[in-house]
Design a protein around this ligand. Structure first.
Ligand SMILES: Nc1nc2c(ncn2[C@@H]2O[C@H](COP(=O)(O)OP(=O)(O)OP(=O)(O)O)[C@@H](O)[C@H]2O)c(=O)[nH]1
Ligand SMILES: [Mg+2]
Length: 341
């Protein structure tokens, strides 16, 4: 299931339809495929977290999203075995908490409702038995095909650093013995937030492409992932734009470039957690005039800025194709992502 289209991505539909019919070289097909999965087929990640009750599962999601999106501690526990669709101001994740003791029928139902993109095995430092958690995570991942499993040692602040390192090593050994695909262990502590960024970036990298963009938006600490994905979008958009200049297409350059560039810049803004509205657009466009205007050989006036609104006509003159697209993308990255503190 894909997401409802935003207007910025709508124009891409025609673009992809045309690309499907044109006999392009493999590289272009690859760029188009990448963009399609990242932007057009994007959806929130479906994450399953396996761990004993009160091990810190909901806390982990709150840390990743940098917001109290789920109740923790003595608040009402979330029902084992129910998917929760989290949407916090456009930051979206589907989350399912399971414990090793989850009833098999419930488990089957939950997985039938939506296969996970990744399984997190979460073991709290004072847990007496990690095996049951690791085994369930492994079995879920196996049943679903090649789903990545990430092992987390939680609440590391509750033991001495040395003890945490020992526990992490033990856990890695157990994961290997049980045949888990990766035996890397991520140590995380809520009060200090230590390990959260490293884990968030590893998690996003392990997800299928179609779930990466929404996840990077939802997890503000994953700055490396945001930059990586944004650069990938800009690279792919730039090389597609070059193709437009070289290959005769059953579309005019402007009809092709406009949706591509709007989708590219709006996706970078989206990655940074911004809404693609008039305020965001004007702010960025002003930065282009200031920072990169010379590179484009043009300055945009207020009237031209209005044209940046998705669907409102020509975004940029046809003369600016590949290099212009790449420069626009880089300026969007600089403005929306590299400026973040
Ligand atoms: N010291 C410390 N406490 C933590 C940490 N992570 C979670 N906790 C506490 O552990 C308790 C349980 O955390 P939750 O996130 O609710 O755990 P859960 O696995 O979702 O629990 P239920 O869904 O209610 O079964 C809460 O009181 C948290 O504040 C941590 O890293 N360090
Ligand atoms: Mg919980």
């Amino acid at each position: 299931m894909t997401e409802p289209r935003t207007s910025a991505v709508e124009g891409l539909e025609d673009l992809f339809a045309v690309l499907d019919r044109v006999p392009f070289v493999a590289g272009v097909k690859r760029d188009a495929g990448r963009l399609r999965r990242l932007l057009y087929e994007r959806r929130p990640a479906r994450l399953v977290v396996v761990g004993h009750g009160k091990s810190g599962r909901s806390t982990l999601l709150n840390l990743l999203m940098d917001r109290a999106v789920l109740p923790t501690g003595d608040d009402d526990a979330l029902c084992d075995g129910d998917w929760i669709g989290v949407d916090a101001y456009g930051s979206r994740v589907s989350w399912l908490e399971l414990s090793p003791g989850t009833d098999a029928a419930l488990l089957g139902r939950a997985i039938r409702e939506g296969g996970p993109d990744a399984v997190i095995a979460l073991i709290e430092v004072e847990a007496s038995d990690a095996r049951a958690t690791l085994r369930l995570a492994r079995d879920l991942a196996r049943d679903e095909g090649r789903v990545p499993v990430l092992v987390v040692l939680a609440q590391t602040d509750r033991v001495a650093p040395r003890r945490a390192r020992e526990l992490s090593r033990d856990l890695a050994e157990q994961a290997t013995e049980l045949g888990l695909p990766s035996s890397r262990v991520f140590s995380v502590s809520a009060p200090t937030r230590s390990g959260v960024t490293v884990f968030a970036d590893a998690l996003i990298e392990a997800l299928p492409r179609c779930a990466q963009l929404e996840s990077a938006r939802a997890m503000p600490c994953a700055r490396a992932s945001r930059l990586r994905i944004a650069r990938e979008i800009v690279r792919a958009s730039g090389s597609l734009a070059v193709t437009v200049a070289l290959v005769p297409l059953p579309l005019s350059d402007v009809a092709f470039l406009a949706p591509l560039q709007v989708a590219m810049v709006s996706s970078v803004a989206h990655l940074a957690g911004r809404a693609w509205d008039r305020e965001t657009i004007s702010e960025w466009a002003a930065s282009v005039g200031f920072v990169g205007g010379a590179g484009f050989g043009m300055r945009w006036g207020a009237q031209q800025l209005v044209k940046l609104v998705p669907g409102a006509g020509s975004f940029i003159s046809a003369g600016i194709a590949g290099a212009g697209t790449a420069a626009l993308g880089k300026s969007a990255i600089a403005w929306f992502l590299e400026r973040e503190v």
